[in-house]
Design a protein around this ligand. Sequence first.
Ligand code: AHR
Length: 660
Amino acid sequence: MKRNFNLLCLLGLSLGVAGQSLAQVKKFTVKANEVGAAVQPTMWGVFFEDINMGADGGIYAELVKNRSFEFNKPLMGWTVQGNKNEGDLLILNRQELKASNPRFLRVKVDNRRKGDLGIQNEGFRGMGIKQGLRYDFSVMYRQANAGVKMHLELIDSKGNVIGSTVFTPTQSGPEWKKQAISFNATATEPKAKFNIWFEGNGTVDLDMISLFPSDTWKNRPGGLRGDMVQLLADMKPGFIRFPGGCIVEGSDLSLRYQWKKTVGPVEDRELIINRWNFEFAHRPAPDYYQTFGLGFFEYFQLAEDIGAEPLPILNCGMACQFNTAEVVPVDELGPYIQDALDLIEFANGDVNSKWGKLRASMGHPKPFNLKMMGIGNENWGPQYLERLKLFTKAIKEKYPDIKLVNSSGTDPNGERFDYLNGELRKMGADFIDEHYYRRPEWFLENASRYDNYPRNGSKVFAGEYAAQSDKTVSVDNKNNVKTAISEAAFLTGLERNADVVHMASYAPLFAHIDGWQWTPDMIWVDNLRSYGTPNYHVQKLYSLNKGTNVVPILLNGQKVTGQDGLYASAVVDKKTNELILKVVNTTDKETEGAFSLEGGNRLQSKGTLTVLGASDTEKVNTLDKPFDVSPKTEPISVKQQGITAKLAPNSLNVIKVKML
Ligand code: AHR
């Protein structure tokens, strides 16, 4: 009896599967001849914020933490080695002479040998060191007479030396000098430390003690981590928004981002505490500062390198409204507005203009061709509008071609949003920045959000989106397949409405595995490695397949906005004469899609199908398994001008075929 029952079950199952697959052929029609809205070249971009050790300890490749002794605790990140007599190591403060970088270290070396007295830097949760690679050390120093030698050593986690050299400050006198030396590492180590042992006799003043790997992006000295920039470049982003995020606002106005303090020589850039240092009591990061080695010049340069339009966001005279909510009186807003005007001159101005000259002196006489900027990050209320209007008037008067991004607050709905959205549209805002940190279900339900938006007037910048597997600011949020696929479904709605939505970016961008405050994040790194999450691959697939114009794709004559768990959008690329379909299956069942063309266009006989997804919705990528969830491409045939494709469970499918 039991045996018969099992047999019946098996039969039932196989009949069910066969019946199911027949019932599940979905017939899509694509009208490639109805060429619709242009997809903006800016459509898919990236949002950079120095959160989660994104800049210092992340993409900014400096290995020495607190190189200028300006952290609140001047020796944070450093430990003294050997035997120190009272007064051997002193922190001096020349506040009156150099307010931007007042402190330095004075070392008295009194008949010392190697191993007697030294300092050690711990790096940002250690230093990532690669065997055979050249490391570039530099320091600013001052000494009355030469007489001190410095033994430089990289050590691994067991204390073995994995790279060393001897540095001798050669020049004497009252002026500060900068001197450099390079050496190679003999082993790979993710958590190295850096020793400086003093030898000889004399007193030496030290500042800006720096160590960089030589394999930075484009091998620029003092530059950015090559692997992290490469992940961005691979996305071919249409824009890069910087520098945030809440760090634009600051928890109070003294901690707002001030771009003028981030340009010029690095030793003159005044660091501040990073607001993410103390924002979350459950994720404290007492050593998190903004040294601005990655400053506005470097952001513009990065944008240019990766072919993205720069989109700087400026403080609008308001600190974070979740924190102090300080505002600048409107009659004192002048310097803030001037910062915005001067930034345009810094980016685009003639080399003879004040700020254009500074740009040229930093190595970029050609303009950066800035076309847009944001005023305010997540600001809201009438106090925001009051200030925004003053910025807008001044900027548009002087630079009518610059487009402005305005904030719609923190949420994509609710009273704050409705008020701002209404008012900004009345003001004729160029772009309204919408932020969505919501559960995956919200992303599915909102795939048709823009179908009924006004077609004229302000355009949407989907400036910060990320599906939250748990809830906003929960430490349990995961970058898993479920969140990525829900975002993929939502993005069909952005693409379908490319006449309304002109830009979109996931947020936050980077997170260091040992130094994060906020999750989920698009790209995760440790000191040596980095990987893209499934969410990264979704945004990248959209970006690499953006096409030039939207065309209709229908399921049973309707837009595909969730019927049977399916979502779809289609574009043509007029430059390459390709048809590109994006179809998202959000169910846990495989579905067969039959795609036919209506309207007379003809397709070549072969194309490609790229699939991203997994049956297990909890699946994630990790540093050890960085490509577990990544796109796979296979050839696909066109038969009688139709395509059939198996749409895997929980998958984004990109079908690409040349048109004849
Ligand atoms: O992306 C993390 C934070 O989320 C950003 O700083 C802010 O704009 C938003 O609240």
